[in-house]
Design a protein around this ligand. Structure first.
Ligand code: LCS
Length: 394
């Protein structure tokens, strides 16, 4: 079996994970079992004592899930990865693993709605404080630092505003102040951005999105830079119990193989869609990392290896026009989620970010007129024709 360490990205997608199967299966089989047989009582005791490698119980570890974890850890250049039942299981476990009562976290104000709700609504009950700022401006982070700040949590590009935060600058601040830098890399996937290479400590993904890419499972994964960070995360995962299921892992491994070719195609279309929207008379503004009008265009070009497939835009007619448009699309699916082969459209203020309070939404730029568009791999002419007819209805 080839050592994938020195292979290129697409080769790693196909041959990564390093799974050895006794029947020499060409793909990673689904080990659909909750538990594993011990050779003898002494063997079981040695596995539990950590004196011997071996699978024990699927919440603690499973060969199909391990193959995915090894593969994604390699793609993100980390020490190790832990896979989760959902992206939110990943986010919550990161909070629980690395924060204690009395600690303070600084986060991007535009993050996935539930990442914020989990912190402000639930971690707060355990004595964890948080401040949400526009991390696109590094000065805002510096001003928010307190003696008890322990974590800097950023999402870049941010959901749903597409704001871009400078990961290297955040890593510098984190180092100076002893903060753990966590990056939600969902909107890029490891194909477009590797935050650990820029100084982050922990990277996470909702694998529901690009990594799986087919809108047929939910899942999450966290990649830790060091063995110490990995151990803290793994022990919290197996105690909280948000582990990924082997069948889920199999689906993700299958979807992951085409990550790069899916993104290449969809982002070429996204550029054309963004240009189309920007020149449309009914569109007030478009935020896409590939457009020169993006407020952090230069940073995006420096930090990301592409411009992605996610676009947010405002219509001149505001919320009413947005609703009309969303109700008029025929090819694009009116649905939350993103990063799949199918084009999706949704309204962040009333859908993905509905639970974030009105004041916080306003401060983060999640306006009532904002529409989020995830470009799929259909023919770009069909995507643009669909948008054209939907905009005509306004
Ligand atoms: N992080 C980001 C950036 C996300 O966009 C999401 C989900 C999560 C974490 C949580 O992952 P999940 O548990 O859903 O796998 N974002 C969604 C969205 O924008 N629409 O639907 C879900």
């Amino acid at each position: 079996m080839i050592d994938t360490k020195d292979l290129g990205f697409n080769s790693k997608l196909i041959h990564g994970g390093g799974h050895h199967d006794e029947y020499k299966a060409a793909t990673v089989p689904i080990y659909q079992t909750s538990t594993f047989r011990f050779d003898c009582a002494e063997d079981g005791a040695a596995c539990f004592a950590g004196e011997k490698d071996g699978y024990i119980y699927t919440r603690i570890g499973n060969p199909t899930v391990s193959a995915l974890e090894r593969q994604v850890a390699e793609l993100e250049h980390g020490y190790g990865a832990v896979a989760f039942a959902s992206g939110m299981a990943a986010v919550s476990t990161v909070y629980m693993a690395y924060l204690n009562a009395g600690d303070h976290m600084i986060s991007s104000d535009a993050v996935y709605g539930a990442s914020r709700t989990m912190m402000e609504g639930h971690m707060s009950r355990f004595g964890v404080e948080s401040t949400y700022v526009k991390t696109e401006d590094i000065e805002n982070i510096k001003k928010a630092i307190r003696p008890n700040t322990k974590m800097l949590y950023i999402e870049t590009p941010a959901n749903p505003t597409m704001g871009i935060t400078d990961i290297e600058a955040c890593a510098k601040i984190a180092k100076e102040h002893g903060l753990l830098l966590v990056v939600d890399n969902t909107f890029c996937s490891p194909y477009l951005q590797n935050p650990l290479d820029m100084g982050a400590d922990v990277v996470l993904h909702s694998v529901t999105k690009f990594i799986n890419g087919h809108a047929d499972i939910v899942g999450g994964i966290v990649i830790a830079k060091t063995q110490e960070l990995y151990k803290k995360l793994n022990v919290m995962m197996l105690n909280l119990g948000g582990n990924m299921d082997p069948h889920q892992a199999y689906m993700v491994i299958r979807g992951l193989k085409t990550l790069a070719i899916r993104i290449e195609r969809a982002q070429a279309s996204a550029m054309k869609v963004a240009e189309f929207l920007e020149s449309h008379p009914k569109v007030a503004s478009v935020t896409y990392p590939g457009l020169k009008s993006h407020p952090q265009y230069e940073l995006g070009r420096r930090q990301m290896r592409g411009t992605g497939t996610m676009i947010s835009f405002e219509l001149k007619g505001g919320l009413e026009a947005g609703r009309k448009m969303m109700n008029s699309v025929k090819l694009a699916i009116l649905a939350v989620s993103l990063g799949g082969v199918e084009t999706l459209i949704q309204h962040p203020a009333s859908m993905t970010h509905a639970k974030v309070n009105a004041e916080a939404k306003k401060a983060a730029g999640i306006t009532d007129g904002l529409v989020r568009f995830s470009v799929g791999i259909e023919e770009v002419e069909d995507i643009i024709a669909d948008l054209t007819q939907a905009l005509d209805k306004i």
